[in-house]
Design a protein around this ligand. Structure first.
Ligand code: ZN
Length: 77
């Protein structure tokens, strides 16, 4: 079962572009995996961080190693 996380790049918190939520499920995505070829990321032989909005399900994909994930403590939701 996925745990919700907050995410930030540097000191900027990432919020959902759709619903402005700030809770995400994180999923490590390999850009050169078979599935990602569908998204035309076959050129990039590196991993990305996929953040799925906890609230609306919008998928944010960051090919950025500086994305930091912060576990949400119990009771904070
Ligand atoms: Zn959302």
């Amino acid at each position: 079962m996925a745990k919700p996380v907050h995410a930030a790049i540097g000191d900027v918190w990432i919020t959902c572009v759709f619903c402005k939520g700030d809770l995400f499920r994180d999923r490590e995505v390999k850009l050169n995996s078979t599935g990602m070829e569908l998204f035309k990321f076959g050129w990039a032989n590196e991993s990305a961080t996929g953040l799925i909005c906890w609230n609306c399900g919008y998928v944010h994909l960051f090919a950025n190693k500086d994305v930091e994930l912060y576990k949400v403590r119990k009771g904070e939701i």
